[in-house]
Design a protein around this ligand. Structure first.
Ligand SMILES: *Cc1c(COP(=O)(O)O)cnc(C)c1O
Length: 438
C-alpha cells in the first residue's frame, strides 16, 4: 500500500530531493557554446566595451531583436534604470510614478538619482501598475512613469502611453523580468520612450554574472546614456582618447566576457521561451483545476516571459474565509515545500514599506498601507516559483510539482485547522520588521 500521508506529516515527498540542483533546473544553461564564446574573448584580448567587439555586437543584436534603433550595454539592470532616468532630462526632485509592488531597484534607482518615487497600486489581475491609480497619483511635479513588466508580463502600455501623453510624461519600462515578452505584437523594450533590462544570471536572458541593457529609439537619450556610462567622456570618436569629461558620471560599462556569454544565450532565447511557455501553461492548467488556486493571467494581447510564477490562494474559494489569507498561505507553503515544491515569497513588503524607502520619502508623503490594498492582498495570499521552470527541460519536474499540489489539495481538511489556530501577523504590520532606524 502506498503511503499517501503528506510529507509534512511524515509521508514520502512528491518531488525528489536534489531536483533544484539537477541539470533539468540549472539556470543559466551553460553549454560548449558559452564556453567557446567566453574563451574567444580571452583569446581576442578585447576585454572592455571600448574596443569594438562582443559588446557592440550584443547591442546591435538586442536592438534588432527588440525592434528599436539603439541599445546600450551596461553593468546591471539597476544601472540601466538609473541611466534611463538620468538621460531623460527629469528635473531634480521630480516625481516618478512607480508600482508599489516590484523589486527594490525600481524604487532605489529614482532615489539614488535625486528623484521622488510616488507609489501606485497594482492591478489585482495582472499585478502590474494600475493605469487608473497612476492617473490619480499625478501632480504638477510628476515627470515620468516607470512601468514594471512584473514577473514577465507587459503592463497595459496603451493606457499608460495615453496617460503619459496627456500629461507630458516620459514613459519608461523596467523590463528586467520581461525579455522577449510582447504587448500587441511589439516587444518589451520597445513599448515606452526608454527601457531597462537586467542580464543578471537569474534573469530570462542571463549573463554569467551581472549586466544590463538599455533600449530606446531616442538618439539624444542614447547619447546621454553612453556619456553617463563612461566617466562623462565621449569615447565613440576615432583616434586617441582625449580624457575630456562633459558630465560627472560613473563607470557602468559591460565587460566583453559578459556580452559574449549573453550573445550565446540570445541565440536560444526564443526557442527556450517556446518550450518554457508550453511547460508552464501545462503546469498552470493543472493548478487552475484546484479550488482556490489563482494562476497568473496573461491577457490575449500579450505574451508572458514567465520569469516567475505567482500563485494566489483564495481563502473564500478554499472554503475558509474565516482564516487570515497570510495564515493559509504560510501553511500551504510549508506543506508544499515539504513535498519538494520550491514555493517561496518574492517581495514580502510593498516598496514604500521597505525601511530604506520609508525613511527616504518626503514628510508630506508618508507611507500608508491603505493606499495600496491590491499590493497588500497579493503579498498576503500568494507564493512564487522561481528559476526552476526557466530551463526548458524542467517540464517533467513541473508535472511532479503539480502532483504535489493535487496531493496537498486532497488533504486540505487536515491542514486548515492548523492555519486556523496559527497566530499570524503580516510583515508590513510588524512595526519592528519595518521600523526605520535612525
Ligand atoms: C532584477 C531586477 C532589477 C535589477 O537588475 P540588476 O541587474 O539585478 O541590477 C530591476 N528591476 C526588476 C523588476 C528586477 O527584477
Amino acid at each position: 500500500m502506498t503511503d499517501s500521508r503528506l510529507a509534512m506529516f511524515g509521508g514520502p515527498r512528491t518531488v525528489e530531493a536534489g531536483a533544484g540542483a539537477s541539470p533539468e533546473t540549472a539556470w543559466p544553461i551553460v553549454t560548449d557554446a558559452e564556453r567557446e564564446a567566453v574563451l574567444g574573448v580571452l583569446d581576442s584580448g578585447r576585454f572592455t566595451s571600448v574596443e569594438r567587439g562582443e559588446v557592440q555586437l550584443l547591442e546591435q543584436e538586442w536592438a534588432s531583436y527588440v525592434g528599436v534603433r539603439h541599445c546600450a550595454a551596461l553593468s546591471s539592470g539597476t544601472a540601466a534604470i538609473e541611466l534611463a532616468l538620468v538621460a531623460s532630462g527629469l528635473e531634480p526632485g521630480a516625481e516618478v510614478l512607480v508600482p508599489a509592488f516590484s523589486f527594490i531597484a525600481t524604487a532605489s534607482a529614482p532615489l539614488l538619482r535625486g528623484l521622488v518615487p510616488v507609489f501606485v497600486d497594482i492591478d489585482p489581475v495582472t499585478y502590474t501598475v494600475d493605469p487608473v491609480a497612476a492617473a490619480a497619483a499625478i501632480t504638477p511635479r510628476t515627470q515620468a512613469i516607470l512601468a514594471v513588466h512584473l514577473h514577465g508580463l507587459p503592463c497595459d502600455m496603451d493606457a499608460l502611453r495615453a496617460l503619459a501623453d496627456r500629461h507630458g510624461l516620459v514613459l519608461m519600462e523596467d523590463a528586467a523580468q520581461a525579455h522577449g515578452a510582447t504587448y500587441r505584437g511589439r516587444q518589451a523594450g520597445a513599448l515606452g520612450d526608454v527601457a531597462a533590462f537586467s542580464l543578471n544570471a537569474s534573469k530570462n536572458l542571463p549573463t554569467s554574472g551581472e549586466g544590463g541593457l538599455l533600449t530606446t529609439d531616442d538618439e539624444a537619450v542614447y547619447e546621454r546614456v553612453v556619456l553617463h556610462r563612461q566617466f562623462g567622456e565621449d569615447l565613440t570618436g576615432r583616434g586617441e582618447r582625449a580624457y575630456l569629461s562633459r558630465v560627472i558620471a560613473g563607470n557602468d560599462k559591460l565587460s566583453s566576457i559578459q556580452a559574449a556569454f549573453t550573445r550565446s544565450q540570445l541565440a536560444r532565447l526564443s526557442e527556450r521561451h517556446e518550450q518554457r511557455d508550453r511547460n508552464v501553461r501545462r503546469f498552470l492548467r493543472r493548478l487552475a483545476e484546484l479550488d482556490g488556486v489563482v494562476t497568473p493571467h496573461c491577457p490575449d494581447d500579450r505574451t508572458h516571459a514567465w520569469f516567475q510564477l505567482r500563485l494566489r490562494f483564495d481563502h473564500h474559494a478554499m472554503g475558509c474565509p474565516d482564516i487570515a489569507p497570510g495564515a493559509v498561505r504560510t501553511l500551504l507553503q510549508r506543506a508544499l515545500r515539504a513535498e519538494g515544491v520550491p514555493v517561496r515569497p518574492y517581495q514580502s513588503l510593498p516598496l514604500p514599506a521597505q525601511p530604506a524607502v520609508r525613511s527616504s520619502l518626503p514628510q508630506d508623503r508618508p507611507y500608508r498601507p491603505a493606499d495600496h490594498p491590491a499590493t497588500l492582498a497579493l503579498i498576503e495570499d500568494s507564493v512564487t516559483i522561481q528559476r526552476w521552470h526557466l530551463n526548458p527541460a524542467a517540464g517533467p519536474l513541473l508535472e511532479r510539482c503539480a502532483d504535489a499540489f493535487e496531493k496537498v489539495w486532497g488533504q486540505l481538511d487536515l491542514l486548515l485547522p492548523a492555519a486556523r489556530s496559527m497566530t499570524y501577523e503580516p510583515l508590513w504590520r510588524q512595526a519592528d520588521a519595518v521600523g526605520v532606524r535612525a
